[in-house]
Ligand binder design. Structure first.
Ligand SMILES: *Cc1c(COP(=O)(O)O)cnc(C)c1O
Length: 239
């Protein structure tokens, strides 16, 4: 193996070990938790190595970086998740490679995603991004809709051609009542997921937890964790 492949293999083993340990602690089966590796800022060559190491789910947060990377990796058996704030003018590009958009947080985005999914002849999975730190405007600093807005948005996704409502996503808030309380935040997301599933039983995905707080997410009941730096290394600069 190359040095980089060795490094990624070692990091992946550690992260999978952390997930397994968190599952044991929570009385859950490791198979209940899917690892999504967030490859943002890292090159397509790393994505290729990750695929060779058995990774099947990757995530990106900027279309400019993700689109060429996904094209380079089109031969690999990967599912691509889009997890960043998404402008409607990027929707056509994102729908070209993404299997799941985890950052659906407003009605206009639902309309645009639906139009482009239909045009592309694809079914696109959608998660509603929940802002647990939403301000008075009902939106979070890093995107997301306030809990009170989930129901309406979920109905819009469920009723939109080309879209499939898969569940909820959140990022642990840095401010507000949940700042520094990841497990409480993820517990709140689980409660919101329970509410959502009353109306939409198939929307079972709960995407929560990153490198620093995946244990809290698994403990709360997350079905998907999104891990970047613990697998690929600490990112330089933005991302
Ligand atoms: C970057 C990012 C992650 C991964 O964060 P790490 O701390 O590198 O694990 C997860 N989710 C979203 C939405 C991200 O933007």
């Amino acid at each position: 193996m190359t040095d980089r492949k060795d490094e990624l293999a070692g990091n992946l083993a550690k992260v999978r070990g952390r997930i397994a340990a968190a599952c044991v602690a929570a009385g859950r089966e490791p198979a209940e938790v899917t690892l999504i590796v967030v490859t943002k800022t890292y090159p397509a060559s790393d994505v290729r190595l990750l695929a060779e190491l058995g990774v099947r789910e990757v995530a990106e947060n900027r279309d400019q970086d993700a689109a060429p990377k996904a094209a380079d990796c089109a031969d690999l058996p990967l599912s691509w998740h889009f997890v960043g704030q998404l402008q409607t003018n990027k929707v056509r590009s994102v729908v070209g490679y993404a299997d799941v958009v985890q950052s659906v947080d407003r009605a206009r985005l639902v309309t645009a995603l639906s139009r482009e999914a239909v045009r592309a002849g694809r079914e696109l999975g959608c998660l509603i991004q929940v802002a647990l730190d939403a301000g008075a405007d009902g939106r979070g600093e890093r995107g997301g809709v306030a809990p009170g807005g989930i129901g309406e948005l979920a109905d819009a996704v469920a009723g939109a051609p080309g879209l499939r409502l898969d569940g909820l996503m959140t990022v642990a808030p840095l401010s507000g009542e949940f700042a520094g309380r990841q497990q409480a935040a993820f517990g709140r997301l689980m409660d919101l997921s329970t509410d959502l599933r009353r109306a939409h039983p198939a929307a079972t995905m709960v995407s929560a937890g990153m490198s620093a707080d995946l244990e809290e997410a698994v403990a709360a009941g997350a079905t998907h964790v999104r891990v970047g730096s613990a697998v690929l290394g600490v990112r330089a600069g933005l991302g």
